[in-house]
Design a protein around this ligand. Sequence first.
Ligand code: ATP
Ligand code: MG
Ligand code: MG
Length: 378
Amino acid sequence: QPVLGILGGGQLARMLALAAAPLGVKVLVVDTAADACAGQVAPLRIADWTDFAALEKFAADVDVVTFDFENVPADTAHWLAERAAVFPNPRALAVAQDRLAEKTLFRECGLQTPAFEPVDTREGLDRALATIGAPSILKTRRLGYDGKGQFRIKQLSDADAAWNALGANAHGLILEAFVPFERELSVLAVRTRDGDFRIWPLTQNWHTEGVLSLSLAPAPDVGALQSRAEALARTLAERLDYVGVFALELFVKDGQLLGNEMAPRVHNSGHWTIEGAVTSQFENHVRAVLGLPLGDTSARGFSAMFNWIGELPDATPVLSTVDGHWHDYGKQSRPGRKVGHATVCAQDANVLAERVGDIARALKREEQAAPGIGALSG
Ligand code: ATP
Ligand code: MG
Ligand code: MG
């Protein structure tokens, strides 16, 4: 029985483990936290990501290593790659960990991005602002997630406040033009060790305070953007010799795609694929990294995913909806934390809009759900 090692024990590791079980794949998870939510699969506890004594045992016990946590230090990924097969490869991981390297690669692959400039000093911020202007967003190059490590510069006089907030960051910063986008899409893609490549239908996403709150799939009215996104994701995957699932977050501006960032792992905007696609992102990731054939990435119908942030709402409205599915990650409530999600599916877009609307009203989430409902029925 092959053993899949997963670095990081959050909800992504848990959903990977759930998908691995019927494939006859055993999972071994490592994490630095005692309360990692993939707890059902008994994570191996390590002190930190350079705890090579504990990782030595992990590496000896697994056949293939993959990631739930994308910020594993590059040195640790390289060290593991000398002892086990690591997918995605450490170079792909390193590019995705650095917003500057990532956006530079996007452009090399023909994917436009918001205007950006690296920023390392206070004077450098002024120089970058002279080029990019305002509104813009100052971001840490590394380790940001859920909108953390970002400062929105509304006018040039915000420069001091932005520098005070982020200037101490040791890994450098990037200033990006603020894009007044029409909508946000993501493409979930998967590539095997043999180069077989597939994407799921594009997903449309809405964020609240920098955190994903709602996804709809297939994204309505994408037209030629589907094949454009597929070509770009394929080029990127081939350049990185990428193996496994990744997500590419995109802005649509004037009908054109701009690359925001990539996630070198399964992604929150692909959770709908568990119930809404023929093969889920989790199953195809496990298949890809273990050298198994991929499953079909077609949608079964229409799906919407609500993210539960901070604390779980009452499950009853979702559980009493036809084709409604509940996912409790078993985490402690904490402001801003992703503690669960729900997916609702339907064969018809209007039926899905009704189901989403009913749940949103019951949970008083109408504001967040409203744009999604509009997109569905329009
Ligand atoms: P994630 O949790 O997706 O990893 P993150 O912390 O890495 O998030 P981003 O994806 O860079 O952050 O930004 C979060 C959200 O903020 C984006 O999905 C988008 O809604 C908004 N945003 C980020 N950059 C820009 C930009 N240049 N212009 C307009 N909106 C932006
Ligand atoms: Mg990110
Ligand atoms: Mg993002």
